[in-house]
Design a protein around this ligand. Structure first.
Ligand SMILES: C[S@@+](CC[C@H](N)C(=O)[O-])C[C@H]1O[C@@H](n2cnc3c(N)ncnc32)[C@H](O)[C@@H]1O
Length: 196
C-alpha cells in the first residue's frame, strides 16, 4: 500500500507532491544543461576541495556528480526521502568511481547529523515538496557550520516552486542571513549564511 513516502505518479502528473522515483529519468535529460548545468549550479556554492557538503533531495544525482568531483579531500552527503532515488544516485556515482559520498535516507524530523557539520548545504527544486519545512529550516541551521552557506534553487515550471519572498522569510526566520543571488529566465538560486 502506498504511504506518505510513496508518491504516486498519477498524483505528480496532476500537480504537487514528492517527485516520484519512477520519473527520475526526466531529471537526467541532457537538455537540462541549457536551463542550469551541474557546473553552473556548483559554481554558485563556492566550494573548497575539503568541504563537507549536504545535498538535500538529490534525486538520481544530476548535480551530485559535479559536487563530488569538486570535493577531492572533502565529503558529499546525499539525503533523500526515497531510497530508490538514493540507490539511483549511488549507482551513477559508483560507476564514475566516486568514493567520497555518503547516502542517508531522510525520514524523521531530525537530521541524522551533528551540530555544525556542513560547510555547504544545497537543495535544487526540493523545498516545495517538504511537508515539515519549518523543521527542515531549523535542522539546516543546526547542522550548518558557523560561516557556512545554504543554497536553495528553484526552477520555473516546477509545480512545487517556492517564490523568493517566501524563501527569504523562511531562511531569515531560521536565523540565516541573505547572501548572493543568481537569477536567469529559468529560475533562481538564493544563498544564505550562518553567522560565524
Ligand atoms: C524534483 S526532485 C529534484 C531532484 C534533484 N535535486 C534535481 O534537481 O535533479 C525532488 C527530490 O527531493 C526529494 N524529497 C522530497 N521531499 C523530501 C524530504 N522531505 N527530504 C529529503 N528529500 C526529499 C525527492 O525524493 C526527490 O528526489
Amino acid at each position: 500500500m502506498p504511504d506518505d513516502k510513496t508518491p504516486s505518479v498519477s498524483r505528480r502528473f496532476a500537480g504537487k507532491g514528492v517527485f516520484p522515483y519512477q520519473m527520475a529519468f526526466t531529471l537526467l535529460i541532457p537538455l537540462r544543461r541549457l536551463l542550469l548545468s551541474p557546473a553552473a549550479l556548483v559554481n554558485r556554492l563556492d566550494l573548497a576541495a575539503g568541504h563537507h557538503v549536504l545535498e538535500i533531495g538529490p534525486g538520481p544525482g544530476y548535480f551530485s556528480l559535479e559536487a563530488a568531483k569538486r570535493l577531492p579531500q572533502g565529503r558529499l552527503y546525499l539525503y533523500d526521502i526515497q531510497p530508490e532515488m538514493l540507490a539511483h544516485a549511488r549507482r551513477r556515482l559508483k560507476k564514475r568511481g566516486y568514493t567520497n559520498v555518503e547516502y542517508h535516507r531522510a525520514g524523521g524530523a531530525r537530521f541524522p547529523f551533528a551540530d555544525n557539520t556542513f560547510d555547504r548545504i544545497f537543495l535544487v527544486t526540493v523545498l516545495g515538496e517538504v511537508a515539515n519545512r519549518d523543521v527542515y529550516l531549523q535542522e539546516i541551521a543546526r547542522t550548518l557550520k558557523p560561516g557556512g552557506v545554504v543554497s536553495v534553487t528553484e526552477m520555473q515550471g516546477d509545480p512545487d516552486k517556492l517564490e523568493e519572498e517566501e524563501l527569504d522569510a523562511l531562511f531569515t526566520a531560521a536565523g540565516l542571513e541573505k547572501g548572493r543571488r543568481y537569477r536567469t529566465f529559468a529560475g533562481f538560486t538564493l544563498n544564505f549564511s550562518k553567522n560565524a
